[in-house]
Design a protein. Structure first.
Lengths: 488, 478
């Protein structure tokens, strides 16, 4: 039952082949058995899941309910859930219970999903390996010695290990796509503004976007549709109709113009990863896609630009965690300064502190122009590079990450090496564009097969195209159907 | 050396919207602490600001009234600093691109001279909460009811050259925002606050002296005192060979002095940057037109009309238009009275204002309505009572709330206009005072007043003064 996709589960539920309660108990059992070794969940919401499941079964019995009614899911622990703690995998919020649901949470709930729990992540979504979590690292189901990617590593590991059929993620610089690539999932980050950020604890507000980690493009289509759309509570969400993504999955590959990003096939790319991606390009071409070489010369600016913009915004966004109203408060503060310094000093981990300090620095008087303003200009250049490319091609293609999953601890002492893991994914966030990562093969390292992902990026609100190209590719390939040994 | 004072004001006007600038919480003053703060005001994780369109329309009203430029695209920025009553750790304000720029207004000084004061900018921002340091032995209480209340910060050019000019400007803005109904102007409750930038320079010097910023002075009187104190302090300092430090100073109303709060070096680096949670504020022509179409008559326009159509002096027109309510009261009186503007103006500015001041009431709280007041003036106009008796009637109206006619009847104050009645009273008085009569007739004209007084006394003050004058003159002449 656990290897079925969300669309298969939904069909089974509607046909009454199994009840939501059966399904939920099955997944809760797997979480109990397999969850701890992966450390994928911060909080398992068994009681809530059973309540949700019973309600779903009642709805289904009355012939009510939508395409997701009764399907169990997990939420990244960055989305506020009413009455259930939301930690952002930080000591700062380790006992924080939000009094409201994030819009993404309420929309999936309205669609009938069953909440299994909240997944582990890099602290405040700052990381690319899920090693910055206060609750410990998440392990990759394909090789427990390796990271699942980050920051949505718990969601990725949970879905990849089939202990949750699908999960939400958030993507500020690749935090959905890179873990999807490292765990053999389909992960989509929609256009900035497509999904409401209300209730999603902010890391870098101009880059953050919610999305989906699933085991097929078809599932991603269903799930994305259920969370998308304008939200009056988020001024940056866009008032524009949400397409029926699932109904638009069969747009033909023939004639599709695919741009291969020259700058993303250079130094630093693992040749074995490149080989998988090149093979996928070959398949698309074979199916009638027109392959074009495109150059986006500003892309090498992505990483430095990102590491100015994201920390700047985060330094301000995380100021509210001051020990005054919620979150961690130090014991016996001497005075106000002591309250701030110790509450924040104790509550935040090293990577979060590094970014707050970087961000504070780049916004400081005398440095603002040289860093923050300069970064905004670079951001505009990157966006215009993409805009120019989309005059000639429908989507651009690249690897999602330069390597397959790396070992735990391999990059923790070298932040720059860690940051470079997001070298191909960050640009889409800076330009606000939709991106998807889909499985495209495996490399063998240390006797283990490790998944490889390819990334497609489309123009603003081009999700439908990204999903259909991915779906067509998945009709011709089985990569996405492979499940990590021991989890099938 | 002769010194010139240079003053610029930053005025914070709390906008009279029903809900906060970025959340749906109520803005009413005086609620139980923390009962008007929702998740957005508390800066909860995950929440986002949504701009209140009414606050924007109010800023546009201000811009139209001051001939300012309305930015078609302005930007909300974050001003970052830590303080317990600032829940997010930043204040959402406008920095590089304010919504209102480059306006001006004209002030009239006591001697009648006019002066134009430039308005550099006005921007929208959210207020912080309040820290309460009393009542919490060794601790501070935080009340976030005010957090997120919309403010329009109005920044003037350094165009004022004396505390008097500064007060005239401050009062003008105060009048204007109330006319526009964008701020209740209540200084005690902090809805209208003022910071003053004050510097001095030798007369004739082109560049400005170093300025001190005096924070949050909460009455017109205190603003004037604080500026005068600060000017003297700076001049004394400079004449003693010292230097003025650029700093923020606090006015202590009890001691009547300003004192240093923080120096420039201690000033925060606010790390302003555009708030990524809010889109640029785009204002289109249609919105501006809509606001323009609903603009009230402004004080200057109203005063000009009173001069032109009512024949009032500029001074009287200025006084009567100093608040929209006062002007409204006066106009109602004139309408009910069917004219006689000068009479209405004198009485509104005289006895009515005096009574209001005495009881510390606003015109809106007047114990005598405009209708009733017009009823009183109508009786003066139709000679039922004299102006003098009217004062007595007004006092009675003020204290027991009855109408003028009722009081006139009950107290028998109706004026005597019957010539024979007045003549007989005069005859009586003349008969009783033969000595004075003889003196008068022998040339002591000053005794005329004595006879007026005696007749008035005899008639209970009700004799028509003009008639009495004429008749008395004739009779005394023999």
């Amino acid at each position: 039952m656990h290897t079925l996709t969300v669309s298969e589960l939904a069909a089974g539920l509607r046909a009454r082949k199994f009840s939501s309660l059966d399904l939920t108990l099955h997944f809760l059992g797997r979480i109990e058995r397999l969850g701890p070794e992966l450390n994928a969940f911060v909080t398992v919401t068994a009681d809530r899941a059973l309540t949700d499941a019973r309600a779903a079964d009642e709805a289904l019995a009355k012939g009510e309910g939508g395409p997701l009614t009764g399907v169990p899911v997990a939420h990244k622990d960055i989305f506020c859930t009413d009455g259930i703690r939301t930690t952002c995998s930080s000591k700062m919020l380790s006992s924080f219970v939000a009094p409201y649901d994030a819009t993404v949470v309420s929309r999936w709930r309205a669609a009938g999903t069953v909440l299994l729990g909240k997944t582990n992540m890099d602290e405040f979504a700052m990381g690319s390996s899920n090693e910055t979590s206060f609750f410990g690292p998440v392990r990759n189901p394909w090789d427990h010695k390796r990271v699942p990617g980050g920051s949505s590593g718990g969601s990725a590991a949970a879905v990849a290990a089939c202990i949750a059929p699908a999960a939400t993620g958030t993507d500020t610089g690749g935090s959905i796509r890179q873990p999807a690539a490292l765990t053999n999932l389909t992960g989509i980050k929609p256009t900035y503004g497509r999904v409401s950020r209300y209730g999603m604890i902010a890391f870098a507000s101009s880059l953050d976007q919610a999305g989906v980690l699933a085991r097929s493009a078809e599932d991603a289509a269903l799930l994305l549709e259920a969370m998308s759309g304008f939200d009056p509570n988020d001024s940056t969400s866009v008032d524009r109709p949400v397409p029926n993504y699932a109904a638009e999955l069969n747009q033909p590959l023939k004639g599709l113009r695919v741009g291969i990003i020259r700058e993303f096939f250079g130094e630093g790319l693992d040749p074995a990863v490149e080989k998988c991606v090149r093979a996928a390009i070959g398949l698309l071409q074979q199916e009638g896609a027109v392959i074009k070489d495109v150059s986006l010369p500003s892309l090498p600016l992505s990483v430095p630009t990102y590491y100015v913009v994201a920390p700047a915004e985060c330094s301000s966004n995380l100021s509210r965690f001051d020990g005054v109203r919620f979150g961690h408060r130090c014991e016996q503060p001497k005075d106000l300064l002591d309250l701030y310094q110790r509450s924040r000093g104790e509550g935040f981990g090293a990577e979060v502190k590094r970014r707050i300090m970087t961000g504070t620095y780049v916004l400081s008087a005398g440095y603002y122009d040289a860093y923050y303003l300069q970064a905004q200009k670079c951001r505009a250049l990157i966006a215009s590079d993409f805009a120019r490319a989309f005059n000639d091609v429908d989507v651009v293609l690249s690897p999602t990450a330069p390597t397959a999953a790396f070992e735990l601890g391999a990059k923790t002492s070298d932040p720059i090496a860690m940051y470079l893991n997001d070298i191909y994914s960050i640009a889409a966030n800076l330009a606000g564009l939709p991106g998807i990562s889909i499985p495209c093969g495996f490399v063998n390292e240390g006797g283990k097969d490790l998944p490889v992902g390819l990334q497609l990026v489309g123009p603003h609100f081009g999700e439908s195209r990204l999903l259909s190209v991915s779906h067509q590719y998945q009709r011709h390939t089985d990569w996405h159907k492979r499940i990590a040994p021991g989890y099938a | 050396m002769n010194w010139e004072t240079v003053i610029g004001l930053e005025i914070h006007a709390q906008l009279a919207t029903r809900s906060k600038i970025f959340s749906g919480s109520a803005t009413a003053y005086g609620a139980e602490p923390n009962t008007q703060a929702n998740l957005v005001d508390l800066g909860y994780p995950g929440v986002l600001p949504v701009l209140n369109g009414e606050a924007v329309r109010m800023a546009i009203r201000f811009a139209v009234a001051t001939g300012s430029k309305i930015s078609r695209r302005s930007i909300f920025a974050r001003k970052n600093y830590f303080y317990p009553d600032l829940p997010k750790g930043y204040q959402i304000s406008q920095y590089e691109r304010p919504v209102v720029e480059n306006g001006s207004l004209e002030i009239v000084l006591e001697d009648g001279t006019r002066k134009t004061i430039g308005i550099t900018r006005a921007h929208l921002e959210e207020d912080a909460g309040k820290s309460l340091h009393e009542d919490f032995h060794g601790l501070s209480g935080i009340d976030l009811n005010r957090a997120g209340t919309p403010l329009l910060e109005i920044v003037s050019e350094p165009d004022m050259r004396s505390a008097k000019e500064a007060i005239a400007y401050l009062k003008k803005i105060h009048t204007l925002v109330r006319y526009l109904e964008i701020c209740d102007g209540n200084m005690q409750e902090g809805s209208f606050r003022c910071d003053a930038n004050v510097s001095v320079r030798p007369v004739g010097q082109a560049e400005f002296g170093t300025r001190a910023e005096i924070k949050n002075v909460n009455s017109f009187r205190f603003v004037e005192r604080a500026i005068n104190y600060e000017v003297e302090r700076q001049i004394e300092l400079l004449e003693g060979g010292g230097k003025v430090k650029q700093e923020t100073r606090l006015y202590d109303a009890d001691k009547g002095e300003t004192r240093s709060m923080r120096s420039k070096e201690e000033a925060n680096d606010y790390r302003y940057f555009p708030d990524p949670d809010l889109l640029p504020l785009v204002i289109d022509e249609a919105t501006i037109e809509q606001v323009r179409a609903t603009m009230p008559e402004l004080p200057d326009e109203k005063a000009a009309r009173f001069v032109r159509d009512h024949g009032l002096s500029e001074y009287d027109a200025g006084v009567l238009t100093s608040s929209r309510e006062l002007a409204g009261y006066y106009e109602t009186v004139v309408r009910k009275l069917g004219g006689h503007a000068k009479l209405a103006a004198n009485w509104v500015m005289g006895d009515l204002s005096g009574a209001l001041n005495k009881d510390a009431l606003d015109i809106g709280q007047s114990r005598v309505s405009a209708d009733a007041f017009a009823g009183l003036l109508a009786r003066i106009q139709d000679n039922t009572i004299s102006g003098k008796i009217a004062k007595e009637v007004f006092e009675a109206m003020w204290s027991d709330g009855k109408g003028a006619d009722e009081i006139i009847e009950a107290k028998g104050l109706r004026q005597i206009t019957d010539t024979s009645a007045i003549e007989s009273a005069i005859d009586d008085v003349m008969a009783k005072n033969p000595g004075q009569l003889a003196d008068y007739r022998s040339g002591k004209d000053k005794l005329f007043g004595f006879f007026v007084g005696q007749v008035m006394k005899a008639t209970g003050g009700k004799a028509n003064p003009a008639q009495l004058n004429d008749l008395l003159k004739r009779k005394l002449a023999g």
